[in-house]
Design a binder for this molecule. Sequence first.
Ligand SMILES: Cc1cc2nc3c(=O)[nH]c(=O)nc-3n(C[C@H](O)[C@H](O)[C@H](O)COP(=O)(O)OP(=O)(O)OC[C@H]3O[C@@H](n4cnc5c(N)ncnc54)[C@H](O)[C@@H]3O)c2cc1C
Length: 399
Amino acid sequence: MGHAAADSGHNLDCDIAILGGGLAGGLIALAVHRARPDIRLRLIDADSVLGGNHIWSFFEGDVDAAGMALIEPLITHRWDNYEVRFPAHSRTLQMAYHSIRSDQFDSVLRETLPGDAIQTGVRVASASDDHVVLEDGREIAANAVIDCRGAGDLDTLDSGWQKFVGLELELTAPHSLSRPIIMDATVDQIDGYRFVYSLPFGPQRIFVEDTYYSDEPELDAETIEQRVLDYAKAQGWDVASIVHREKGVLPVVCNGAFGEYWRSTGAVPKAGVRAGLFHPVTGYSLPEAVRSALFIADHADLPGEPLHGRLFARAAQGWRDASFYRMLDAMMFYGADTANRYKILERFYRLKPALIARFYAGRSRATDKLRILSGKPPIPIRRGMGAILKNQRRKSGRK
Ligand SMILES: Cc1cc2nc3c(=O)[nH]c(=O)nc-3n(C[C@H](O)[C@H](O)[C@H](O)COP(=O)(O)OP(=O)(O)OC[C@H]3O[C@@H](n4cnc5c(N)ncnc54)[C@H](O)[C@@H]3O)c2cc1C
């Protein structure tokens, strides 16, 4: 390993050091521990809790049986189907939807992993593939380091933005919603493609999130929070209290240099959004985080350097496979008038449920791609392609 730990008291040397106990890091720890309890893990997070303050959701079709077995104990809510609403049509789709809350994520990890594996309130200063320096000066030698500390340099990517503010509301009386509304795009179209997402957690408990596919990353949380409350009022939901808040700004990647993005955080094995492992259209990273965790558990003995090579090759392949989705993002952001962006989704949601499921899972077939692009698209396709090429030229001129 070649590095002595300059330990002040507690030696943190280990087989695998996972930096960042968010979604990706936590799932890796869980998967490695399940498969190989003999492996000495350290899961290190700057925050006092694992997983931050999130509700992560996913479609059942996004995760295979092995993945479901891994995350089953983390799931806090499940529904058999979901709904979408657009000005021209509404629809219920028969696909189960699940949510994981970060507080449950934190407690399952603490119950499952050995006590000394979890190091919270500890900030990492720097890392290589077998060595970590903490901000308090301590050092860790490891057979492999996996960096899961969130996004890399997003300036290496060309993106629009998915931004949102969500409020979990306790109501004074039951709502009548029996399933999630994944997109309610019947709302006023402001700042790009806007929709409201609602998850009924209990008879009087509902999570309502106002989301924008916007050109700009700035988030006016106060204004959007008020729009969430206005939406609730318009649905006839009388709010007793706000019990939880969350917000986010996620890149919706249209184009970019994957190698540059990867190198922006060094030649260290990595996972999660830091490894570019998120769906280009939805920004969802949970399905890929589950797959990576299982992959890493299968390669838990690899030293840092070869593990880095394997993870880079896998992520780069995933990036190439996702080019179709980035093209759709580019068509939305550069081809469609902001007020008409919703029509792309309105039309998409008329397609077959199996095609929609494969799209969310990032596994669209060639025939699905043709189907998505065929017919009469809501934006002229040549204009969309022209906008993409123009943007690519602008981007390459910038470098
Ligand atoms: C509010 C919100 C809701 C989302 N909802 C969904 C969803 O429903 N479904 C879905 O699939 N995706 C969702 N996403 C997108 C994506 O899945 C999440 O952002 C996901 O948490 C990314 O996982 P990650 O492990 O890569 O990063 P994170 O979960 O952000 O984890 C990074 C961790 O690294 C830690 N860290 C950072 N710097 C340091 C340091 N120097 N030292 C030590 N620790 C450090 C942070 O404290 C954090 O815990 C959501 C994103 C947000 C912001």
